[in-house]
Unconditional design. Structure first.
Length: 263
């Protein structure tokens, strides 16, 4: 199976979806607990939410393998995203609800983690870097949009209910301040949803690593509350009627990015 699904566009926009994959290779799945085999912490259906991006000329890249295999949005040296907070690992050992992912004694050893980085993590990042370079040859500035989602209530990471649209720019480091302001303003203007910029989710490894405004690469992460488009419990069904306003709001944010690059 391919490590990712890629659509190449020529617009100055890349949509990356590193947590949408659900595939577990059998040798890995066999070591996992029953709940882990449901890959419950997947960014479910995010590729459906962004299926308009290709028609906008965007390049899209979406992982095929589950984040439990290896988390493409974590640093390869496993350094934590948020110092002093509860962080999930490069190869997660527990679900968001602190349930074990592996059967007793089946947790991956360092050699296995390195193998997964080489097999799954590196190809995704090599291709993402290649697509960034390709588009930068065509455009003075591009936007890398990180598409993510999470349950509206996850006590491990935040109290209460998460806002609907959680935007992050690495605390203001990963994209131009003017673009961030436009995105924040557009999100806030949509009365159907709540939104926040650089709240609990400020952007993961990809946003922070590749967002280099001085080099013309501007990265933004959207951590979307899953309550805005799907059922949050098994079997995690996509709800088209609920999702349609969410898709429209996302499309508008991507439009803002393209308008900004053309200015």
């Amino acid at each position: 199976m391919d490590i990712y699904r890629l659509h190449q566009g020529d617009a100055p926009l890349i949509v990356s979806m590193p947590h949408v994959g659900t595939h577990l290779p059998a040798p890995i799945s066999d070591t996992m607990t029953p709940i882990a085999r449901h890959v419950v912490d997947t960014d479910w259906h995010v590729d459906k939410l962004y299926d308009m991006a290709a028609a906008m000329g965007a390049t899209t890249i979406a992982a095929t393998h589950a984040r439990y295999v290896v988390d493409l949005n974590r640093a390869p040296d496993n350094r934590p995203l948020y110092a002093g907070a509860d962080n999930t690992e490069l190869v997660p050992l527990t679900t968001f609800d602190h349930e074990p992912i592996y059967l007793p004694g089946q947790e991956p050893h360092p050699e296995e983690i390195r193998r997964r980085v080489d097999t799954y993590w590196t190809p995704y990042h090599d291709r993402l870097a290649s697509e960034i370079a390709r588009l930068r040859e065509r455009h003075d500035k591009i936007v890398l949009w990180e598409g993510h989602s999470i349950r509206s209530h996850v006590a491990r990471f935040f109290e209460g209910q998460l806002p609907d649209f959680n935007l992050g720019t690495g605390g203001g480091t990963s994209c131009d301040a003017g673009l961030a302001e436009r995105i924040e303003t557009e999100a806030a203007a949509n009365n159907a949803f709540t939104s926040v910029m650089n709240g609990r989710f400020k952007g993961g490894y990809i946003t922070r690593q590749y967002g280099q405004p001085a080099k013309g690469v501007h990265a933004i992460q959207l951590e979307l509350s899953q309550i805005t488009y799907m059922e949050e419990d098994l079997p995690f069904r996509y709800l088209p009627a609920t999702a349609e306003p969410t898709r429209a709001a996302i499309a508008r944010l991507l439009d803002v990015c393209l308008e900004w690059t053309a200015a």
